[in-house]
Design a protein around this ligand. Sequence first.
Ligand SMILES: [Zn+2]
Length: 135
Amino acid sequence: MMRAILLWSALPGGSRHHFGSEIDVSDAAHTPNGYEVDLTPAECDGMFKEFHDWITEESEHDRLFGFKRVFIPGRGKVQPEKWHLSHIPTAREIQKNFSEQHIRKLFEESDIACKSAILDCLPQLLEDYVYPYFI
Ligand SMILES: [Zn+2]
């Protein structure tokens, strides 16, 4: 079950959003009045397709001012997230300070559910859900 959750939700302490270098984007110009954006693949391939195609094109030409998609198919075990952009130069600085030892200590000091299961497989969880996105 833990791995199913990690397909869509970050390992506590491992969320790139906590780096301060990440944003989730959608297209307000194509959002119907009253609609609440869910950030789903269906939205990316539906009402926001033109916007995400534009992001793809700009990224391929390195015209996103240092931002790139990190959750892409074939990289790690997190499901692809077209809406998630990372400011790579900033993320790289934060990544330098990320360590298994530090996150292990945070888990050891917490009362999180499944704590022993997380600690038992922490190196593999980081290899599958965190480190592949350190680009
Ligand atoms: Zn995100």
